[in-house]
Design a protein around this ligand. Structure first.
Ligand code: ATP
Ligand code: MN
Length: 152
């Protein structure tokens, strides 16, 4: 068995950043290639309104551009010499993550237990749960280590 390809989906939250650090460690110790993915969720129901300054299309494009910039700065902080590919997809996060894992033939997905919403009373977020349930490769869910026992 080998880990040659690691998929790390990020929503740029603190927990996702921890997962990324773990993915980088794993990639460097296994000499694996890392694919960093952000999914821009599709916008629903704005199509018929002209109150927006930007069209849904323009908003999506700007979100994609911003995501590439954010991923660029994550990659810039990495000191280990590993191969990292950054990519942005549009659609439903869990579906796109699972699809990408299949597409790049990921041996493992490394992601956070929570994301931007981060409701701590939920065991894991909905995206993490859907990926754990449906992905066809192992999923490593990195928790927010700052959660102290007394908050349980
Ligand atoms: P919820 O979204 O269900 O309200 P949450 O935001 O706390 O809860 P998730 O969205 O499940 O939790 O996030 C868990 C992990 O899933 C994140 O740390 C990140 O690794 C990944 N993730 C979430 N959203 C995206 C996204 N849009 N693109 C890429 N990865 C994502
Ligand atoms: Mn989320």
């Amino acid at each position: 068995m080998e880990i040659k390809k690691i998929l790390c989906p990020t929503d740029f939250s603190e927990v996702a950043k921890k997962a990324f650090e773990y993915a980088v460690f794993l990639a460097s110790s296994q000499r694996a290639e890392l694919v960093l993915l952000h999914v821009v969720d599709q916008l629903h129901g704005f199509e018929n309104y002209e109150v927006l300054v930007l069209s849904p299309q323009e908003i999506s494009e700007r979100m994609e551009k911003q995501a590439y910039e954010n991923m660029g700065s994550l990659v810039d902080q990495i000191k280990s010499a590993i191969e990292i590919e950054t990519t942005v997809e549009h659609g439903k996060s869990s579906v796109q993550i699972i699809e990408k894992a299949r597409e790049v033939k990921a041996d493992i997905i490394v992601m956070g237990s929570h994301g931007r919403t981060g409701l701590s009373h939920v065991l894991i977020g909905s995206v993490a749960e859907a990926v754990v349930r449906h992905a066809s490769c192992p999923v490593l869910v990195v928790k927010d280590m700052y959660q102290r026992p007394e908050t349980l």
